[in-house]
Design a protein around this ligand. Structure first.
Ligand code: ATP
Ligand code: AMO
Length: 434
């Protein structure tokens, strides 16, 4: 908008036009204040009833909360104003009135449940602390991109409409593609491998994944943002180094560039960048340590997947991010390579935050024959994946990679209770709009 000054830039001595939402009107009798809010903050507009044009006062004080107004006037220093300055208006224009009945109170004085908030995201985002989450999310994604570039990776975009699934454990969303059965992609897994096997070698992607998981938990979405890495001539240990580097870069960027947002969230004191290297525990050590906590009713035995309560107990025991390596081959997908000296043991790893899993990855099976065997062992028909497997006949280097859940990263960095807080318009079993 022309001729508009952000509230944060309005300096004493300026003649400014500010525009934004009516945050609050405080009428003290002879004097009244309209607090106007925009993306940069708030500013006080002063109305002295006896000294100002009646129509101007009526417009300025008669407007409903959350209406959009445009105010022109002189900016003056005023120590009693919340930001130390105030505007004495010469004109007030109501640009867009708001219905006095609001479904949600953006001033935050009245709490709203998550469902009401998600139904009215525009109003919800007018709250400073909600906006802060999404500013921080944007900063995290910027830092992650930059870190991948420092790791010599090329950003790629792979299709989201696909012919086959890859992540056996979760369900697919089917769609019809010109009369043929197709699916929403669960992971860029096969595509990122196909590109790592070209001269591009090191790639990353930040994009949506779709999983028809029927459970309703605070840490699962049906549409999530996956941060994927794949690198040729890498092994699982290299992939773990990249995952750790990317997660650390995200924390560092928040500490460096988001102090105002952390303050809005009340986290400025407690926020910490992880200092120590993330320890690497083998799966075997992990189950021993979980069993030793005594938190589970039934002891875990080799081959069990880790139950949520087990992950929680281990997270409390370790007290920081940590990796779990050397998982049993049978609970990792076909594309993960086994160790040469022990076929029961895979190169798969997870990176855990004390609260939950953040990353899965591993070294990939790059030998054509072994890959075909892996499909068969997992009950998949390799002929359906020929577009993928055939490239393993034309010079496929050893390679490794991982997938990091973007919302889980934001959620764990900020200590959010519910993953839906980290997505503007979450998709879950109950929610398809907005
Ligand atoms: P992946 O599915 O790739 O292994 P993930 O992080 O999604 O990664 P988990 O979070 O371990 O995997 O997903 C399965 C877990 O979800 C199980 O450990 C199970 O205990 C838990 N779970 C499933 N349904 C529910 C539910 N209704 N409430 C709480 N936890 C659940
Ligand atoms: P995985 O299935 O473990 O691995 O997914 C990787 C990471 O993505 C996040 N994630 C989710 N976040 C929110 N809601 C969901 N429903 C959801 N599902 C997954 C988690 C998880 O750790 N192809 C492999 C990765 C690889 O090996 O490169 C994969 O998709 O943070």
């Amino acid at each position: 908008m022309q001729d508009r000054t952000y509230t944060a830039d309005a300096e004493p001595g300026d003649d400014a036009t500010v525009a934004g939402w009516v945050h609050e009107i405080r009428d003290l009798g002879g004097i009244a204040f309209l607090i106007l809010r925009d993306t940069t903050g708030k500013i006080q507009i002063k109305f002295e009833k006896d000294e100002m044009d009646d129509e101007l006062v009526e417009t300025g004080l008669g407007v409903s909360r959350e209406s959009v107004v445009k105010v022109s006037g002189a900016v003056e220093e005023e120590p009693r104003a919340p930001t130390g300055v105030e505007v004495t208006p010469e004109s007030v224009e109501v640009v867009a009135p708001a219905d006095p009945e609001l479904p949600l109170d953006p001033s935050g004085k009245v709490d709203a449940d998550i469902s009401t908030r998600l139904d009215n995201r525009t109003l919800d985002l007018r709250k400073e602390e909600v906006q802060a989450i999404f500013e921080i999310r944007a900063e995290i994604l910027r830092a992650v991109r930059e870190q991948f570039r420092e790791f010599d990776c090329t950003e790629i975009n792979t299709p989201k409409i696909v012919a086959t699934g890859t992540e056996g454990g979760t369900e697919l969303f089917p769609i019809t593609y010109f009369g043929e059965e197709a699916f929403m992609n669960q992971s860029p897994q096969l595509f990122k491998q196909l590109i790592a096997g070209s001269n591009v070698e090191r790639v990353f992607e930040i994009g949506p994944i779709f999983r028809a998981e029927e459970h309703n938990t605070p840490r699962h979405l049906n549409e999530a943002t996956s941060i994927d890495f794949e690198g040729a001539f890498c092994d699982e240990s290299d992939a773990m180094d990249v995952a750790e580097g990317v997660v650390r870069a995200a924390y560092e960027a928040v500490a460096e560039n988001c102090s105002e947002e952390l303050e809005a969230l009340g986290l400025e004191e407690e926020f910490e960048v992880p200092e120590e290297a993330f320890p690497r525990l083998s799966y075997e050590e992990a189950i021993e340590r979980i069993n030793a906590t005594g938190e589970l009713d039934d002891q875990l035995v080799w081959g069990d997947d880790l139950p949520t309560e087990g992950e929680k107990a281990l997270g409390e025991d370790v007290g920081s991010h940590y990796f779990i390596t050397d998982w049993p081959s049978e609970i990792k997908p076909f594309y993960i390579q086994d160790h040469d000296d022990d076929e029961q043991l895979s190169t798969g790893f997870d990176l855990m935050h004390p609260r939950m899993e953040l990353v899965s990855g591993g070294q990939r099976e790059h030998r054509h024959e072994k890959l075909i065997e892996g499909f068969e062992q997992q009950g998949l028909d390799p002929s359906e994946f020929e577009y993928y497997t055939k490239m393993f006949k034309y010079g496929m280097p050893p390679h490794a990679g991982f997938g990091l859940g973007g919302e889980r990263l934001v959620m764990t960095i900020l200590g959010l209770e519910n993953i839906r807080e980290a997505v503007l318009f979450p998709r879950d079993r109950q929610r398809l709009s907005p």
